[in-house]
Ligand binder design. Structure first.
Ligand code: UDP
Ligand code: MG
Length: 343
């Protein structure tokens, strides 16, 4: 437990929410109970808050957030992005805006087990800047999701991307880890890849992931594939290198075929070379070329987006409103410290 001589850390729990009206009330109820318990136990400072980030929801998510955040003595803070920017950017917006000695990010759907938070805080007290909550099993996943997730982690490992196995975005980060994260200016955000690169002392705690409490997954296959592709291309140049290797291999084969065709032409009585020997390499090479161009184009697109230095998000509203604090932040909000401090 915490050293009685030291004041406990101010904890900021960051929750990205996109169309979560079915679960939010229950999530808030449980988070409130958890946080009050942590404060009572002396594991968290009384200034600890839950930061709910509305990622441009179309349902009544923001109304619910305002409702809980405006209650007197509320433990909640609301943050409304000007539009839907996706889970990773919503989470980043919350992490950059929330104020605390430690930040814990968690999904809104109660799939992540809240009861491991005290263990995460204990690991922080023991000197770890980053605590990854990892799933001990994937029993609640469909076979398809389990198989693809495992294959994906293996692929990233092979490509040399540092990533924590079976860890999503349920993690604790110390204030200095958050400050380090602020230094990453990239537009292609894949937090699971960036955080291990910060390099501060880290550890993992295990938990069993539940079914979604209510509502549907906001991560359809399309978004999942986009995130997976982001993970590969933002952290690894291996596909580019693989193209080079492929190019070399195909060139060698083409050269051999060329030599063979020449040999037929010069020394064989069948002076007309076979149709196949022309057409097969032609197909092969154009296929490889198209693939190569596609992948190079993908990296080029990333460079294009990064060079634009576009702001990642705008904060439309902060709840409860603070006198003298502009609600909309200037472009580049992600790179700036928050204008909103916890009381
Ligand atoms: N989310 C978000 N913006 C999006 C999609 C999702 O903020 O565009 C949030 C969502 O509200 C949830 C978390 O990201 O808190 C994870 O989404 P979800 O639970 O739907 O993903 P899954 O667990 O199915 O992978
Ligand atoms: Mg979920």
């Amino acid at each position: 437990m915490t050293d009685p001589a030291r004041s406990p850390p101010v904890v900021a729990i960051v929750v990205p929410c996109f169309n979560e009206q079915e679960v939010l009330t229950e999530t808030c109820r449980r988070l409130e109970a958890l946080l009050s318990g942590l404060v009572l136990d002396g594991a968290a400072h009384a200034d600890s808050r839950v930061w709910l980030v509305d990622d441009g929801s179309k349902d009544s998510t923001w109304a619910l957030i305002q409702d809980v955040a405006c209650r007197p003595g509320a433990l909640f803070r609301g943050l409304k992005l000007s539009r839907n920017r996706g889970h990773q950017i919503a989470l980043l917006a919350g992490l950059m805006t929330a104020r605390g000695d430690v930040t814990i990010s968690i999904d809104a759907d109660l799939q992540d087990d809240l009861d491991v938070m005290p263990r995460m805080l204990a690991a922080f007290e023991a000197g770890h800047d980053i605590v990854y909550a990892v799933r001990s099993s994937r029993q609640t996943d469909t076979f398809f999701k389990r198989a693809t997730a495992t294959a994906y982690y293996r692929l990233l490992e092979r490509l040399g991307v540092e990533i924590v196995f079976n860890h999503a975005d349920y993690r604790l980060m110390s204030r200095r880890a958050i400050e380090a994260l602020r230094e990453y200016p990239e537009s292609n955000v894949f937090l699971r890849g960036i955080v291990p690169q910060l390099g501060y002392p880290s550890t993992t705690v295990e938990f069993v992931r539940h079914e979604r409490f209510a509502g549907e997954s906001k991560y359809p296959l399309r978004k999942m594939l986009a995130l997976a592709w982001q993970g590969v291309t933002s952290f690894s140049a291996a596909p580019l290198r693989a193209i080079t290797a492929l190019g070399v291999g195909v060139s060698v084969i083409s050269l051999a075929l060329g030599g063979w065709a020449l040999w037929v032409r010069l020394f064989s009585p069948d002076a007309v070379p076979g149709w196949a020997s022309i057409v097969i390499p032609l197909f092969l090479i154009s296929g490889v070329q198209l693939l190569s161009l596609g992948i190079i184009g993908e990296y080029l697109a990333k460079i294009f987006l990064e060079t634009k230095r576009r702001p990642l998000y705008f904060i439309e509203r902060l709840t409860p409103p603070q006198p003298g604090v502009a609600e909309a932040q200037a472009p580049g909000a992600a790179a700036q410290p928050s204008a909103f401090d916890a009381p």
